[in-house]
Design a protein around this ligand. Structure first.
Ligand code: MD3
Ligand code: FE
Length: 218
């Protein structure tokens, strides 16, 4: 068998760039090369700061399970949304930002045209069948000039990408294991959300989807 035949039998994971609009691009499969170290780092975070369902300022329990890593973590309670250096469930700092998270986010941002991105917050979202994230804007970060990098792992989801007005029509973007999306510049304040997940199974993560959102929050 020739070398070409060997590669044909085990094709490289799909890696392509799909621009969504000015400032937003889907990097299909960008995280696949780092799958094992990403999952190992995720286990260490969850061991120190388990997933929990936060309460919105309006008093609703979020269906997404959340935790954080890095110097700042996103939290919600009856008082509002904010970034906090302390995990309110342990009264300890959040687990450290894994170097593989920081490096992947920097590489993805640079690939999308945002050189020098250094995240100080990683929100880890866990979705199960039926979990959804309603349409919102991300505006709790100090400097909205920095992009956000999101990494999808596990079962697929349909992401809703709207406009600057809540009522603007939304694009539906399927996101699969290993996809990375960079959102910045004119896309940074667009509304977005996640449709309720369909029951599914992923060989490595089981019956859930994990999304990492890497931000410069402080
Ligand atoms: C578009 N998380 O944590 S990441 C969030 O899949 C959040 O868990 C979703 O929205 C998830 O706030 C989507 C994609 C994302 C993140 C930030 C954005 C899309 C964005 C900021 C502006 C526009
Ligand atoms: Fe968001």
């Amino acid at each position: 068998m020739s070398t070409a035949d060997l590669f044909a039998a085990a094709p490289a994971p799909v890696r392509r760039d799909e621009p969504l609009c000015a400032g937003a691009v889907v990097l299909r499969g960008f995280a696949l090369a780092d799958e094992a170290p990403l999952l190992q780092a995720l286990d260490a975070i969850v061991a120190q700061a388990p997933f929990r369902h936060l309460i919105t300022p309006g008093g609703f329990r979020m269906s997404v399970g959340m935790t954080n890593a890095g110097p700042l973590g996103w939290v919600s309670d009856r008082r509002g949304y904010r970034y906090d250096p302390i995990d309110p469930y342990s009264d300890q700092p959040w687990p450290p930002m894994p170097p593989v998270f920081r490096q992947l986010a920097g590489a993805a941002a640079a690939h999308a045209g945002f050189a020098g991105f250094v995240p100080d917050a990683c929100l880890v979202n866990r979705y199960e069948a039926g979990t959804r994230l309603s349409l919102h804007q991300d505006r709790d970060e100090r400097d909205l000039g920095h992009p956000i990098v999101s990494v999808s792992l596990g079962i697929p989801a349909v992401f809703l990408f709207g406009g600057l007005q809540r009522s603007d029509r939304q694009l539906r973007v399927p996101l699969a294991h290993g996809d990375v999306v960079v959102w910045g510049g004119p896309a940074r304040l667009r509304h977005h959300g996640v449709l309720p997940l369909k029951p599914n199974h992923h060989g490595v993560l089981g019956d859930c989807r994990i999304n990492l959102t890497l931000r410069r929050a402080g």
